[in-house]
Design a binder for this molecule. Structure first.
Ligand code: SF4
Ligand code: SF4
Length: 371
């Protein structure tokens, strides 16, 4: 497996400048030849939000990637599937629909006629276009993730699972390590052929939803190797890459790399681009079965964990959080549609609700008493 990662500086969302940088990154890192191929471009569209929120891959990056692939003779399709959305979703608010119209790339609805793949002996719905294209190009976003610490190339494959089926996996793989193993299994089953990470603006703090804070990182990263890319990106964010369960589990399996030292890095000196002041997710123990057992016995220990805190004053009563919760741990108060009530004993701390909320109405934090 190719172990190259190319990193280039890029400080603005100027699609023409990004196009030139992508041309360089793609060639330098050994991107596959797209000539006469059908190619699926898979951005990270976590939810419908303005690009300035940095919740999704920026449309200028998607635009430049599509045009680069088209210039090399590819027929391009674009798709993603936020966990809570209707069959009419096409990425209007995040600007992806406009990019498709401008470039002539075809938008694909992942909810339509999904196929099934065996992952870990279980049948899971996957966007059927993955079977009909020659190449998949994944465009992850440089972002924090409350559950997995950081979301990157390996996590972006999760979006190939359409709609709410995604959230259901959190109910099955309900702690950080088991969910990490599932993400590796999934990416081993369907490995995109190339990864281009949008790190021009990243997200620090309470990512990956709207509660996170946009921050300038000023980089684009490319690789055919998801693990090499994630290790490099998480190091640039100031994490110990082994803190991320996906990096640790993939290295243990020696699937894409045997060690970090094998990465063939091409870019600015790493120590000059590491964001030491990046607001990282603090390390906490995974809620493995022993800890879950203990917490079941000592319920006050759960109060010391971060949990979703629902902010009535910002809530618009859309109830996306209720629809997405795989544990049925939240409901609307009978007397007030903007008052969302959590049954804490049911909550598995997957934070899908915070990802789904588009109104900054869910904090993820420790809440001991009152607010
Ligand atoms: S908390 Fe957010 S997702 Fe839940 S109902 Fe309110 S606005 Fe909607
Ligand atoms: S309330 Fe939120 S964090 Fe808890 S299980 Fe439901 S979606 Fe996950």
């Amino acid at each position: 497996m190719n172990k190259k990662v190319t990193v280039r500086k890029c400080t603005a969302y100027n699609a023409d400048e990004i196009y030139n940088i992508i041309s360089d990154i793609y060639k330098t890192s050994g991107g596959p030849d797209p000539a006469n191929k059908k190619v699926l471009v898979k951005p990270n569209i976590l939810s419908e939000n303005d690009p300035s929120k940095c919740v999704s891959t920026h449309p200028a990056v998607v635009d430049a990637m599509i045009r680069y692939l088209q210039s090399r003779g590819a027929t391009v399709f674009v798709g993603d599937s936020p966990a809570v959305h209707t069959s009419k979703f096409r990425g209007d608010k995040c600007g992806i629909h406009q990019v498709c119209e401008k470039t002539g790339a075809t938008w694909v609805n992942f909810l339509e006629d999904p196929t099934e793949k065996k992952i870990n002996g279980r049948s899971i719905r996957i966007a059927s276009i993955t079977d009909s294209v020659d190449l998949i190009i994944s465009l992850p976003k440089f972002k924090n993730h409350e559950l997995m610490y950081f979301t990157g190339a390996i996590k972006n494959t999760y979006g190939l699972i359409p709609g709410f089926t995604k959230a259901l996996q959190h109910g099955i793989y309900n702690d950080r390590n088991s969910f990490g193993r599932f993400l590796i299994d999934l990416t081993e089953t369907i490995t995109p052929h190339y990864f281009l990470m949008d790190a021009i603006m990243g997200m620090e703090g309470q990512g990956p939803g709207t509660k996170g804070k946009p921050v300038q990182v000023g980089l684009l990263l490319g690789s055919t190797n998801p693990l090499a890319l994630d290790i490099t990106a998480s190091r640039i964010a100031g994490y110990n890459p082994l803190l991320l369960p996906t990096n640790k589990i993939a290295l243990e399996r020696k699937k894409w790399l045997g060690s970090e030292a094998e990465i063939e890095y091409d870019g600015p000196q790493l120590n000059t681009i590491i964001k030491h002041d990046f607001q990282r997710i603090p390390a906490t123990a995974s809620r493995n079965s022993a800890l879950k057992f203990l917490m079941g016995r000592l319920s006050f220990l759960r109060k010391l964990e971060k949990r979703p805190v629902f902010l009535r004053e910002s809530c618009t009563a859309c109830h996306k959080c209720i629809k997405i919760c795989p544990a049925e741990a939240i409901k609307q108060s009978p007397s007030d549609s903007r008052h969302i009530v959590l049954t804490d004993s049911k909550c598995i701390r997957c934070f899908c609700c915070a990802e789904a909320c588009q109104d900054d109405a869910i904090d993820v934090r420790v809440k001991l008493f009152g607010v």
